[in-house]
Design a protein around this ligand. Sequence first.
Ligand SMILES: Cc1cc2nc3c(=O)[nH]c(=O)nc-3n(C[C@H](O)[C@H](O)[C@H](O)COP(=O)(O)OP(=O)(O)OC[C@H]3O[C@@H](n4cnc5c(N)ncnc54)[C@H](O)[C@@H]3O)c2cc1C
Length: 463
Amino acid sequence: MTCSAKHRVMPLLSTIIVGGGPGGLGPLIWAAQQGLLPTWLNRGVAIVERQAHLGGTLGRFGIHSDSLGGSYLECLEAPHLPATLACLRDDPVTHEMAGYRQSFPPLALVDRFMRRIGSALGAMFTGPSSLYLRTTAQAVRLHPDGSVTVTATCPEGSSFVLSARSAILAMGGRQHCPQLPVPPERHVIPSDQLLTVEGLCDANKLMAVAGSRRILILGGSHSAYAAAGALLELPAAQHLAPGQIAIVQRREPRIFYPDQDAARHDGYDVAPGDICPRTQRVNRMGGLRGYGRETWRQITDRPGLQPETRVVRMALQDLSATELHTAIDAAALVVPCFGYRSVTLPVFDSNGERFELNADKGGIAVGDDCCLLTADQRKLPNLFGIGLGTGYRLPASMGGEPNFDGQANSLWLYQNDIGATIYRAIDELSPALPSETPPDVLGELDRAQGTRVAVLASPNTGF
Ligand SMILES: Cc1cc2nc3c(=O)[nH]c(=O)nc-3n(C[C@H](O)[C@H](O)[C@H](O)COP(=O)(O)OP(=O)(O)OC[C@H]3O[C@@H](n4cnc5c(N)ncnc54)[C@H](O)[C@@H]3O)c2cc1C
């Protein structure tokens, strides 16, 4: 939609989605799979997206996905899918993804796939629903009548306001990076930057002149093991000595296994709390997957693999502050991998008072119903958050291992349980239009499963 079209009086929409990446598209994709999307779009949905396309930002990374290709394809397999999306089953990008059904596609392909889904979804935004591409949301305001307004800016600089009954904030994550005791320009590349094509080039140059100096990876998360794996693949890594890459971690990462037998065969000790009661998978939500997991397996000398001696692991607790500072200062390259926090917008009440958001003071962004939390733990009932860094903690009804205490960042979850949670809450906020004969899909699901969670687990993709 062009900006000049926006200056007319806008009708009250059902929902404004800020950010058209995998998070923002998640509830739409869930609704599409259940046959509910046309009804939602008839009520009016707007997507405000800063980029010129929908689909998000995963394409900037030069590494492979840690989810199987099959988990991305699953959303196209639903029988209720609208024709615009169903025809993507025959799209060349889908065929390319199908080649990775049981393996880990490059994130560049995941990005192309998500953009393709984004453009097909975008084609359905007609009538009361609109796309605002190359448009940046600036602020949100909550009104006493329960409506939400989002102020946004067009590329040429003019601003406009959208009103709706609900809004979803899905602007992605920003890497959390505390101050390090070295000048950052010297040799610090946070994992978010390192894992891009340019970041890996820079790291290769630094490693090539490292001599005997160490490469320090700070953190023991997915990103840390993905970073270790990506560094080991670089040409300059061939010359690294044993132990020259060090991962400094607070605790051992947990590892995903499809079942306890697979873990046992790999020599992995499974604690009872590692098992998802619903699927029997080991560390289903929090376990390392994909190439990061394989890197961990090589470093820890698992059966059938060539042991990887260039990487050592150190427990943070075993290092004094001085030892840590000295190690950071002496390193050829330092890669902080401290996880992600949600990108937020200023949110105001109708008097112009700004809410202090929990995410802005470093806490989780949302509660278990995906509503945004204020710093004093109040829920903003018609403002939802989804996507990287929101810190969503899965309720027990969604499964997952009891030991999981981290963030659920996964496209599959955005398009399934988390997307469902948001859709259902929004549906309750939107009165049916007089012309609507709403399909009773939600009722059918509830009756069939006796639960408000529609999707239990993916049968063949590990989730
Ligand atoms: C290195 C890495 C690898 C990952 N690998 C996987 C994986 O293999 N499998 C998996 O399931 N998950 C993976 N994730 C986790 C997560 O699923 C992805 O990060 C995913 O891209 C998150 O989607 P998102 O929509 O939250 O963020 P993004 O993809 O960043 O999308 C956010 C969108 O919001 C837009 N935006 C931001 N601010 C504004 C604004 N003010 N106004 C309008 N638009 C705005 C941006 O332009 C962008 O398009 C990975 C994460 C990282 C960091």
